[in-house]
Design a protein around this ligand. Structure first.
Ligand SMILES: [Zn+2]
Length: 512
């Protein structure tokens, strides 16, 4: 259906439509389909311009600064207000939450999005990721927020505008929620929800199709490998004539599979390098460069960043670089202990199978994922952040206990005392009873030609869990790589327009 990317979408849809069984065709009302076609024919350019403007604001959260005090967030909201105003939609700024609406019925349909973004490393992009790049790779809209989550905001605005243009009579008011701290802090949204009434039915535009009815719980395990004691047998003085790891760095932020890592080995030799290179040859998706400075060997690792809820979409540079070094069990100074720990407890696997007994899986939600994401130098030592995504099947208490036991055992065996050990694990979310699920599946099938669409579970967590009857509907296609949080975020123009059509149609189906 959508695999032949070279064909224009319209011709594909006609050919799909001819092949589809009647009951699938009948599942979208004429009025909804007419509006979707109108939106596609009328607003591709304006919607792209809307996204271009929204992207220019670097709405990444600043630690210690509330969104309501963040001047860039204020400017972003001013742009949103301007766009809503131009489109004839009402706009209310509640601080952390903006609501853009159409119609005035008490019964409402909500769309949940967010206006903040994740950080980016500008040096990894063909041009600033705040500038919409349509040239580097024809057919793609590249830049931070294109998929997560500014693209969907522009889709929603023009879906509402199309419905307004056609003066379609709806029984329900449509509300677009734009939350400003989805990537960093959900507390202000919880507070907002306590004080305001919400739409009775909601779709979240922040994950994937066809319909997401379950989300794993987000979790973090944090631990610090202590700074060397100058009197210990692992001080650099005591190790001075031995081969040891003097430095290991890597990662960027907690919910990104890291694509960079770096190690420095003292008193290295050619034999060690040969062993390392042999392991490197067995790694797919990684590239390594080696530099000698006297007897000091440095290795720079380049993997592939991805959303940490989808570790299969990336290649983890931290765990792969540690794996190169598994040819040795290293002296347990700060960086050596870290490398030993990663090799003993994490490995290059995705599911925590080496981490004591913590690994488990759920038939619908899939396996828990366990990924090292960030290393940070602190005054106390080297802090490792491990990102987990846990399905149903074990209680939080059991998991926390199993994590504790595994960490204790490793420390005892290795005579290392880890500092600041903590874990924070959120509950999974399941929403099987939202009344709109069948409608969403029908609209999805109608516009993609994928006839046997069924609800899915994802590793990521969205604001769905805070809203009544909320499930995710897009913006990315099932089975495709999700690029939000990566250093190569994009949405194809084809998908961007398809989203516009599906959101337009689905709003009418849910609100008529
Ligand atoms: Zn998002």
């Amino acid at each position: 259906m959508l695999v032949q990317k070279s064909k224009p979408l319209t011709s594909l849809l006609f050919s799909c439509a001819l092949l589809l069984p009647l009951q699938v065709l009948a599942s979208v009302s004429d009025i909804a389909n007419k509006a979707a076609q109108y939106a596609e024919a009328t607003y591709q350019d304006e919607m792209t311009e809307s996204l271009r403007q929204l992207m220019t604001f670097n709405t990444v959260a600043i630690e210690g600064l509330a969104s309501t005090e963040n001047p860039v967030h204020q400017k972003f909201k001013a742009e949103l207000a301007k766009q809503a105003n131009q489109l004839g939609l009402d706009y209310t700024d509640y601080g952390y939450v903006v609501v853009i609406g159409l119609g005035d019925s008490e019964q409402r349909v909500g769309m949940i999005t967010h206006g903040d973004i994740q950080p980016f490393n500008a040096s990894k992009w063909a041009q600033s990721p705040l500038l919409l790049d349509q040239k580097s790779e024809p057919g793609k809209l590249i830049g931070r927020g294109t998929e997560d989550d500014k693209g969907p905001i522009s889709n929603a605005l023009y879906a509402m505008k199309s419905i307004k243009d056609l003066k379609i009579k709806l029984n329900k008011r449509i509300e677009l929620y734009v939350y400003m701290a989805e990537e960093s802090d959900w507390e202000p949204l919880r507070q907002h929800i306590k004080q305001h009434s919400l739409p009775q039915v909601n779709i979240t535009l922040d994950a994937e199709y066809p319909v997401v009815t379950a989300e794993k719980g987000y979790g973090t395990i944090s631990l610090t490998f202590p700074t060397e004691n100058p009197n210990s047998k692992f001080s650099s003085k005591a190790l001075s004539d031995k081969t040891y790891i003097s430095e290991f760095t890597g990662g960027f932020f907690g919910s990104q599979i890291p694509e960079d890592a770096h190690v420095t080995i003292e008193n290295a030799n050619l034999k060690l390098l040969e062993q390392i290179k042999q392991v490197a040859n067995s790694h797919t998706g990684m590239s390594y460069s080696y530099q000698w400075q006297g007897k000091q060997l440095s290795i720079t690792a380049l993997g592939k960043s991805a959303h940490s809820s989808k570790p299969k979409d990336g290649v983890n540079a931290i765990t792969h670089l540690a794996n190169l070094l598994a040819v040795n069990h290293w002296p347990n100074n700060t960086s050596g202990a870290l490398v030993n720990f990663i090799n003993d407890q994490l490995g290059t696997g995705l599911y925590g199978n080496k981490f004591g007994n913590i690994a488990f899986s759920d038939d619908f939600m899939g396996p828990m994922t366990v990924q090292a994401t960030v290393l940070k130098e602190t005054v106390k030592g080297l802090a490792l952040n491990i990102n987990i995504r846990r399905p149903n099947g074990k209680t939080t208490k059991q998991l926390e206990h199993e994590i504790k036991v595994a960490l204790l055992q490793w420390q005892q065996k290795n005579q290392v005392t880890l500092l600041d050990v903590s874990s924070e694990i959120n509950e999974p979310f399941v929403q099987n009873h939202a009344p709109q699920i069948d409608t969403l599946l029908e609209v999805f099938s109608f516009y993609t030609g994928i006839a046997d669409a069924k609800p899915v579970s994802i590793g990521g967590g969205t604001n769905s869990r805070l809203f009544p009857n909320a499930v995710s509907f897009g913006p990315s296609m099932p089975g495709t790589e999700y690029t939000g949080h990566s250093e190569h975020e994009f949405i194809t123009m084809e998908q961007f327009v398809l989203n516009l059509k599906m959101y337009t149609a689905v709003l009418i189906e849910l609100a008529k």
